[in-house]
Design a protein around this ligand. Structure first.
Ligand SMILES: Nc1ncnc2c1ncn2[C@@H]1O[C@H](COP(=O)(O)OP(=O)(O)OP(=O)(O)O)[C@@H](O)[C@H]1O
Ligand SMILES: [Mg+2]
Length: 343
């Protein structure tokens, strides 16, 4: 069942033109010149109840801007967002009752107030029944370990503690949707893991729909079955993670140890294998597994070397995404070339 419907969404920002040089800068203080920046360009998608969707892309791609329009903080330039049948910016209060949001860069809690007081205030704001509040606090305490810093003022919390408190505040009123904009930014691996487990648990137990932006691909691998990739405001990919891996992640590498020093031979290069020689007769071979398989390479090696150790590794998701952004760049520059040649 569709919970979030986004159609042909655009967001443009007016911003002052930047100028180089002293006189140019002085001039710009008197005559302000503006330019338009399209942060979100013609994005459409649907999200069903209970999904965990990863929304990824390089810095400045338009992720936070999209999330802010779904939350109702920003008004779209054109196009439409419908959440639970509501237009978020027109029904901010009604929408806010059904959603929770965590922005990793900025706390939603009262800065000078102890965590527990902040959470009690949240209870009054959302009119959460006393027993539900205690039930939720008990669960959140178990998974997120709030007890250790409950009485500390938010401004004195460590980043990981603050993020846990923010997550708790965002979920106290049992929202249908949880928006997470970089919830694991700057956290150590233990806290990251704890937060991922918590998100998974909430989704499983309560069917909460989760929309997550992150630069940490392990977040995506551990949590999301579906990913949307944006670049320069445009939606470049929307589908499941395994298809993304299959379509773009066809590189494989082999770590190799030989008794003799490894010499790059043309016949290997012709097979489409690139060679990176390391120290102590260790070598890294990289190849497209759709073009050649590891057993063919192994056969070639056995005929020439004494292989003492080897390990075949799939491309990591980070490398796939980097590859993907790279391919977007190629598509874009090709498009520009075509446009130029048409002029
Ligand atoms: N309030 C604003 N006024 C002007 N320009 C803005 C504003 N907010 C965002 N932008 C611009 O819109 C573009 C998209 O920004 P956005 O914050 O959505 O990116 P992002 O994908 O969240 O990036 P990051 O990974 O760095 O968080 C950027 O070029 C940014 O400079
Ligand atoms: Mg952002």
């Amino acid at each position: 069942m569709t919970l979030i419907q986004v159609d042909n969404l655009y967001k443009e920002f007016k911003r002052q033109k930047r100028k180089d040089g002293f006189w140019q800068l002085m001039k710009s203080l008197v005559y302000r010149e503006y330019e338009m920046k399209t942060a979100v360009e013609n994005i459409s998608f649907q999200i069903d109840r209970g999904e965990i969707v990863g929304y990824i892309g390089p810095n400045g791609a338009g992720k936070s801007t999209t999330i802010k329009m779904m939350v109702g903080i920003l008004v779209p330039t054109s196009g439409q967002v419908l959440v639970n049948g509501l237009v978020p910016y027109q029904n901010r209060i009604e929408n806010a009752r059904k959603i929770g949001a965590v922005f990793g860069q900025k706390s939603q809690l009262w800065w000078d107030t102890p965590v527990i007081e902040s959470l009690r205030l949240t209870r009054y704001m959302y009119d959460i029944p006393e027993d539900r509040f205690h039930q939720n606090m008990k669960l959140f305490d178990q998974v997120l370990g709030l007890d250790e810093f409950k009485t500390v003022a938010v401004r004195s919390l460590s980043l990981g503690q603050r993020m846990r408190a923010d997550l708790c505040a965002a979920l106290l009123h049992d929202p249908d949707i949880l928006y997470l904009d970089e919830p694991t930014i700057g956290l150590d691996v233990v806290v990251k893991e704890r937060i991922r487990e918590f998100i998974k648990e909430i989704n499983r137990q309560r069917g909460t729909t989760v929309i997550l932006t992150t630069h940490d691909m392990s977040d995506i691998e551990k949590l999301c079955s579906r990913v949307m990739v944006v670049d320069q405001g445009k939606l470049m990919y929307d589908g499941n993670l395994s298809t993304l891996k299959h379509d773009f992640g066809n590189m494989e590498s082999m770590e190799l140890e030989t008794t003799e020093p490894f010499i790059t031979e043309q016949s290997l290069v012709h097979m489409g294998v690139s060679v990176n020689a390391g120290e102590d007769n260790k070598t890294l071979l990289t190849y497209d597994k759709n073009e050649i398989n590891s057993s063919a390479i192994m056969k070639w090696l056995m005929e020439r070397y004494t292989v003492t150790d080897f390990k075949v590794k799939e491309t990591e998701i980070e490398a796939i995404i980097r590859n993907l952004y790279g391919q977007f760049e190629q598509v874009k520059s090709k498009r520009q070339e075509q446009e130029v040649s048409l002029v």
